[in-house]
Structure formats: C-alpha cells, structure tokens
Design a protein around this ligand. Sequence first.
Ligand code: BT5
Length: 266
Amino acid sequence: MEFTAENLKKELNSKISEVGKEIFIYDEVESTNSVAYELLKKGYPSGTVVIADRQTKGKGRLGRKWISPAGKNLYMSIAVKPNITPKYATMITLTSVVACTTALRRHTDIAVLIKWPNDMLVDHKKVGGILSEIKIEGEKIKAAVVGIGINVNMTEEDIPEEIKDIATSLRICKGEEFSRALLAIEIIKEFDKWYQLLEKKNRKTIIDRWMQLSGTIGRQVKIVLTEREIIATAEAIDEEGRLIVKLSDGTYEKISAGDVTLLRAK
Ligand code: BT5
C-alpha cells in the first residue's frame, strides 16, 4: 500500500473513534512531535496524527536524539487532549507503549517486550521508543503529544555506529521487510482502542496488559535518577504508572522518572 495520508484514512475510516481522523504525512520535518503540537494548537482535533519519512531533529527523552534516516522507519506523533488529571500523566506513556507493542506483536509476530517506561525491545535491543510531551496548565492536561519511533526496515548496515550495539529493527529480527503504511494503520487502531480505555479510567486493564508485555517486572534493574542510582528488583506498576521496586534492604520505592537499565539475571 502506498504510504499516503489518503490511503491510511480510507483504511481506518470506520474503525476508529478519535485517533487518526486527521493524518498528515511529510517527507521531512525536524520532529513530528513539534509539528503535531503546532497542529493541535491551530485547532486540529484531538487524535491528529503526523508521520514523516525522515526527521532532521528527531527527539529522544531528556534532550537525547532519535536517529531518523529516510525511507526505512516509522516516525509518528499523535496529538491528543486527554481528559485525565496530571497525576496520571505517566499513564499516557504506558498506554501508548502497550498499544504499540500489541500492534507490533500482532502485525509481525515478533516477541517485542516493554522496558519501563517507554522502550520496545527485542533480544535486549531497542526496536522502538516513545516520547510523550505533556502540557499541563493548572490542574489540567492541556495537550499530550505521543511520539512513536519504530525501526522498521533498517538493515544492520543502515544502523549508525553510535547505536549499533543497542538498536535493532523489525526487518533484522524477522528477516523480511514490512509495509510502513500497514504498520502505521495497526498502531493507530490499537492506540485508538487503548486511549479510550485510559479516558474511561480503565487503568487496571492497561497496567495488567503492560505487566504481561513487560520484560522489566521480576528483573533486577538499575535506575539512574538525577541525583543517584538504585539497583533493585522491579515488582509492579502502581495505578499512576510508577514502577515499584524492592531494594536489597527490603524496602520499596516508587519511581516515576528516570532511566531503567535491565541487569542480566544472574
Ligand atoms: C526514546 O527516547 O526512546 C524516544 C524516541 C521517540 C522517537 C519518536 S520518532 C517520532 C517522534 N518525533 C520525535 O522527535 N521523537 C518521536 P530515549 O529513551 O531517550 O532513547 C534515546 C536513545 O536511544 C538515544 O540516546 C540513543 O542511544 C538511542 N537511539 C537513538 N536513535 C535510535 C534508533 N533509531 N533506534 C534505537 N535506538 C536509538
């Protein structure tokens, strides 16, 4: 299927309730997240989707960059106006990663695992990541932009040296190419479904699914916070989307931000 907004909209038409009613596909943007946020501000509806063939300033979290070569991968952002309180902001990322992982698994049959909060891994390597940017005003979430980067058809040779040891693609995992258009359709459909559950405060269903898909729970993790590092066992996710970890002295901590590195099981 040709990768056009018209094709995607036609295919999604009756199958979605909010996400994907408006879709824009660009050849090149700095970051699909920034474009999606601008469109939302201009009055496009919640659920507007922006996709680009390549990004010149693809963003990771905490000021990191997302390597975004042309013609190979999926760079997609979904701008929404969630009807949830800021307390549950982390749930937006968790919901998105559940939706993407479910779509990837169904479409490719690859056993993609989630690493808290936003990574999609295969064989300990990153096949995708999510960057949620959330605008809070007072006690309301005014806007949330969920950026989804999936390495689809990059070959080993396509992966730049700086991420060679940590990155993979669906093609490398499966030995075949995938249609970015079909993949985008699957992700949008799944996002639409899980996002409705979040809005209906059905957080338990999302967290249960997250735990099922997780490569984090039950494992030793190293968590890099701004001021310290913790090594602990990941036990569960609480209803705000925080990771509950058990420290070696038996006490528990709840982690809502930071970097989690999985330590290999002894
Ligand atoms: C993420 O950040 O994983 C979030 C990635 C979100 C990208 C999407 S693409 C569409 C939308 N528009 C944007 O501008 N961004 C979003 P983080 O957990 O901080 O991971 C970033 C780290 O992953 C980098 O520091 C690299 O080590 C590594 N990395 C960079 N590019 C990668 C790639 N293409 N595949 C795998 N790993 C990558």
